[in-house]
Design a protein. Sequence first.
Length: 56
Amino acid sequence: MSFGIYLIGFIIMVVGLAMGANMMGVSSRWIMVGVVTMVGLGLLLAVKNTRMRDPS
């Protein structure tokens, strides 16, 4: 899977979770903390899952 596709899917998921939290009445400050944390996690996972392996 390519890095771009992985990251786009993860961002769509984070936006959906943020919208759901907003509908539940969660404070905007905590939504932003969650979004920043999830985007950072998404970047780490995207790099880990899509990086090329070193030849043995």
